[in-house]
Design a protein around this ligand. Sequence first.
Ligand SMILES: Cc1cc2nc3c(=O)[nH]c(=O)nc-3n(C[C@H](O)[C@H](O)[C@H](O)COP(=O)(O)O)c2cc1C
Length: 180
Amino acid sequence: MKHEINVFDYANDITKAIAKGVLLNTFADGRFNTMTIGWGSLGIEWNKPIFTAYVRESRFTTQLLRRNEAFTISVPLGEYDKSVLGQAGSLTGWKIDKEKDLAITLEDAAVNGVPVIKEFPLTLECRVIYKKEQPIAEIAIEGIEQRMYPPDEPDPYAGRNNSPHTEYIGEIVAAYIIEE
Ligand SMILES: Cc1cc2nc3c(=O)[nH]c(=O)nc-3n(C[C@H](O)[C@H](O)[C@H](O)COP(=O)(O)O)c2cc1C
């Protein structure tokens, strides 16, 4: 059962959870994927409630987002299996099928068609309404290239490599808590 919420009533829970990791789920042409994100923001633009995620070009997630511009965000509440965040944040959909290999139970979305995760019950369904790559040279933080975009990292799947982030602004089209 999905218990509808006002997403801003949960702003504190969501933003605190992001720092520890939440899940960004994607789905295109029958293929599901999830990845851990530690960057993200909840807010308002164009008078719409939005969740913005920042995804490196090299992620399998990017591949699915190109094919279907929608995502769901799954946030833990209370006790949860932290190994899921570890695996979703280190294993890539380029090599494995996380739907099968991770201890997660999928459920149909209410609105946007991207499956949601029962074990991470606070859920935001989003439709991408804007996306833009963030050129590394335009980031005004000293030493950011070496720290976050090391040009000598040969592994395209590494957490930190030289692929830039794209910001995906998602209109929140549904927000709820999954209950038994
Ligand atoms: C705690 C944590 C936070 C992360 N945050 C992000 C993020 O905000 N953006 C990003 O592109 N990758 C982030 N990552 C890395 C991806 O989750 C990781 O590279 C994952 O394997 C990508 O999966 P995919 O290739 O199946 O899309 C994070 C990893 C961890 C462990």
